[in-house]
Design a protein around this ligand. Sequence first.
Ligand code: ADP
Ligand code: ZN
Ligand code: ZN
Length: 750
Amino acid sequence: MTGQYVRVALDHPLDALYDYRYGLDSAPAPGMLVRVPFGRRDVVGLICEVNAHSDVPANKIRDVSAVCAACPPLSAQWLALAGFAADYYQRGLGEVALPALPQALRDPSRWARLLAPEERYRLSPQGRAALPDALPARAQALRRLAQALSGAGELDVAAARALHPKAIATLEAWCEAGWVEHERIEFGAAASAAHSAAPTAAVDVPRLSDEQADAVEAIGAASGFAPFLLHGVTGSGKTEVYLRALAALLERDPGAQALVLVPEINLTPQFEAAFRTRFAATLADEAIVTLHSGLAEGERARNWLAAHTGRARIVLGTRLAVLASLPRLAMLVVDEEHDPAYKQQEGLRYSARDLAVWRAKQLGVPVVLGSATPSLESWWQAEQGRYTRLTLARRAIADAVLPTVKLIDLEEERRRGRASFEGLSGPLVAAMKARLERGEQSLVFLNRRGYAPTLACDACGWVAGCPRCSAYVVLHKPERGLRCHHCGWESRIPRSCPECGNVDIAPMGRGTQRIEEALASAVPGARVLRIDADSTRRKGSAQALFSDVHAGEVDILVGTQMIAKGHDFQRVSLVGVLNADNALFSHDFRASERLFAQLMQVSGRAGRAGLAGEVLVQTRYPRHALYHALARQDYVGFANTQIAERRDAHLPPFVYQALLRAEGRTLEAALTFLAQAAEALAAIPGAERVMAYDAVPLTIVKVMNVHRAQLLVESQSRAALQATLRAWQPALRALRGVLRWNLEVDPLDI
Ligand code: ADP
Ligand code: ZN
Ligand code: ZN
């Protein structure tokens, strides 16, 4: 058959591309998004090839029904990126390319709306002050509308109507009152960020330290692919290095684009504000956009398109932004490159950091990986001279020095009969009181949310477990319930032991809620704030809580790793670390690397702005090498010891790994599947270079009544591993007996 045909990638687990006839008016091109029939549905596909003929018989081939006019074709370079990611992570091209697009582009029914101007209402500063207090107490519907507005800061027309049929009339009335502003954004305009600071005339640009200046110069002098590992202690001013390097880039090449990745959504506002302020004079407001999963769908699509069409010059985002289309990409930055959040844990299990490095290589441009505690993978690259190391050994602000770290020996405290308050040792409480008196802030870090890890009966040994998982359920006191953190199962707190009727059932262990409660009585008069996944469930609430900390309305901040990362708290001079010991004896060989990074991070929140910082770590193992390295703030010593251990034990980065996970109705089904998979692997020619371990159950073997097991495979050669995994796929697809399986390349959690 001849004519015009296209081969299209669909979001479908198979590698295959699908042929369609193309009879639309506009010319087809690779990279275009099209709407095609697939089975009985209409789906979105990506044109990969345009051909003059097709092998599919004329009576079988179907027609492309529409082209997405809102999205100009994706470039060959972007298709190559998706192709690489698909290949490396053992997926189909369509499975990678289509999920990488914003939802609104993957739904043809929204294409027309994408081209239409968007209308929305944004809360004004007056409105923020007035709402909802100015509303009559009984006006429930109005109050809901006001709450939705103040949560997100803005509402689009559809969302407002969904809340109440007369919402638009109300919002218009609020416009009159000056509480909200009505905005209309034309297609093709990038969304201006909500909450952006008013541009200031004179931007305060600090004088660089010598170390910073050297780093900026090295990045500026690079040509071609140039990976940098910016190893800078906490508070050393890595952000300033990124800002200067980007400013220099944009000065050299006014059309260039840069991608800046941060590990957490909560860090984007801080970065966004810094970037907007710095580039207020050189870039239009629309030229800086964010990309993360917290954006409303319309905004995400607009920002994505702004990047794709080159209007956005600086794209600031979380891991998903690494797959953004950036036709003029000229520099990449990965802040806190060691952070496990860069690894996607479902679907395409990619590492955004690794893909960022690949993109830099593909384009021949610099990539800056910044961290106070680089991943051992990146550290090892630098040790071998493949990455250029840039070091910031000192804090940027004149009298800010690194905090002193002290270990509080819990055994010793107990032996000496010293008082403690519900898990808070005497010295820690005293230190917090001293901070309170001086008007400084304390931060208490505990990586466990909820009130207590579980509830138990002393009389019979009953422990509250999840009926669907092989796990304990967590006691949540404010929510008055037990909750499974693995499957979401909830129940009320029983009044007595369900086994023996004993009424003296008690919480076992401590979570952030319990520490929050203990702090209130241990440090009387202190304003305590808890920040964790539970206290920040509502959209926008994390931001509000962090602002309270910055505004000095909080004396003691207690929280999980959410408070440990990146935040530049100016008045925190004390950090307390509770319950870190658990991670010291984990089966996962990466646990100590992670713990060390986390503790260095959280320690780094202390003493950033000239106040002397102190870190108190409560532990039963005060002689542990990890804590000693922490006390010396000695990343290099720690990393080199770990590298030596990994080399001796033949662990990454000295071997390459992949993990096959299976989920079955029974554990036996999962293990049998994996055993058969291992047999199939051994039969692949060339598989001698790949070793398979025995299949083992996961630590939490049952989740939602599904049993889980895994098979680890590894090789000294990345190429051999890759080739073998590819060859393994057909055999895996042919195997039966489990509910699901997935293959993860370069797994982080083992
Ligand atoms: P890091 O990301 O390395 O932990 P930040 O980039 O958050 O550090 O910088 C820490 C603090 O130092 C910030 O308040 C920043 O404004 C300030 N800072 C950075 N560079 C300089 C400089 N050259 N002179 C003065 N202050 C600086
Ligand atoms: Zn009991
Ligand atoms: Zn459960």
